[in-house]
Write a protein that binds this ligand. Sequence first.
Ligand SMILES: Cc1cc2nc3c(=O)[nH]c(=O)nc-3n(C[C@H](O)[C@H](O)[C@H](O)COP(=O)(O)OP(=O)(O)OC[C@H]3O[C@@H](n4cnc5c(N)ncnc54)[C@H](O)[C@@H]3O)c2cc1C
Length: 473
Amino acid sequence: MISPSQKAAFLQALRDELGEAGLLSSGDLSAFERDWRGRYAGRALAVARPSATEQVARVLQLCSLYGVSLVPQGGNTGLVGGSSPDESGQQLLLNLGRMNRIRHIDGANHTLTAEAGCILQNVQAAAAAQQRLFPLSLAAEGSCTIGGNLATNAGGTQVLRYGNARELCLGLEVVTAQGEIWDGLSGLRKDNTGYDLRDLFIGSEGTLGVITAATLKLYPQARAHMTALAACPTLDEAVRLLSLAQQVAGPALTGFEVMNAFSLGLVRQHFPQLQQALAPSPWTVLLELSDAESEPHARQVLESLLERALEQGLIDDAAVAESQAQSQGLWHLRESIPLAQAQEGLNIKHDIALPISAIPAFVAQTDAALMQAVPGVRLVNFGHLGDGNLHYNVQAPLGLDPKQFLAQHEQPINRIVYDAVDAFGGSFSAEHGIGRLKREELAQRKHPVALHMMRAIKKALDPQGLMNPGRLL
Ligand SMILES: Cc1cc2nc3c(=O)[nH]c(=O)nc-3n(C[C@H](O)[C@H](O)[C@H](O)COP(=O)(O)OP(=O)(O)OC[C@H]3O[C@@H](n4cnc5c(N)ncnc54)[C@H](O)[C@@H]3O)c2cc1C
């Protein structure tokens, strides 16, 4: 624990380095200290807001010198409690929001180099301005940052076609726990020169070093997009629809999302102004095609897919967006589910991955087990079916206080869900990471040899244990 005199000296050294605009040490810091879900509200020693990589390096050198631990923070939209400080008042929050420059776009190499604090939406826009596509896309894209996306290896809605954040990154610039700068901003697609350090930092959730910039892959823009909603009688049919869509549309299929009736019901209840294009059905699929040829071609592929799906009994009904505004409206429905859920009250979240073929059986079996364990629980089930990733969340029975529900039932419910995930060969964290929320699960469920290697890496790169302690490991 840092003494009051050391704290004063540490803060003064930070102020000298970062200037007044770069250090917040008094006043209301709660916007930085609370996580997005409102589950974790901590207290920071101060908030450092560097505007250049050299400043980040200096901050980490000072942390190492004074033995102060730090929590890197991007847009603070993470869902596992990784980006907010603990309650001790001893952790420095390192917010990267002022490092928000696009450094370089190399059109011929199809790459863009951005600083870590760039908002994802701004990176997409910078690519679009050069007639290129940066395909990472998620509902938090107006607030989350490239640094946070890479630190969590974010997924989102186009993984099916383009992969996770990891697959979209060619190079990184990182400041190590000791305050050294590693310039690994290569735009190379082939580089077999030993251990892949880039991949080590991607998904490390701020526990190994601070990502300060990244070189990202760009793609050609599609000529046309077509979006549709389809009503499926069962989840089995939704899975079969996915296979059919992959067969008919091939790589043009860029999104395949699924939503159960209760999740869309929550959207209807909390956002009645949003138009729901289809009548309620047990499962609704949101499909997106991104076509390299033309809009008529995309429409023809989509219509032929939906006709075949109707003939085969995979869907009962479908609605095709006729304009960009309608397409955005359909996506808005899907993206409003987490917000509707948050309005309904605290819930138990499970971001899980499963073999796609196992999903219907997993859901049938686990739904039944949960209903039996806590009669009346409400299951918010939606997600990226095309990636085998479900957000399988459990809302309190009507009339039960959500806080009381969590306190009483979170652990047993987690056990039911994660044991089933294990039994079906899945993962208890698909795209949100571990943070504080799933640390115990990691310790219990990760292979012991893998855990041993992870701890050895952590010790080698962060021997003082100052980087985001208490998260992940
Ligand atoms: C409405 C909503 C929808 C979402 N949808 C998705 C989705 O579809 N797919 C998905 O994967 N996630 C989703 N998320 C989760 C979240 O948006 C992502 O995890 C995102 O990548 C986090 O970025 P961020 O900048 O907000 O990071 P933060 O929340 O600030 O940080 C996340 C973690 O990364 C670390 N970190 C942040 N920046 C750095 C850095 N520069 N260097 C080192 N470590 C760093 C933090 O310490 C923390 O551990 C969603 C969240 C919300 C609120």
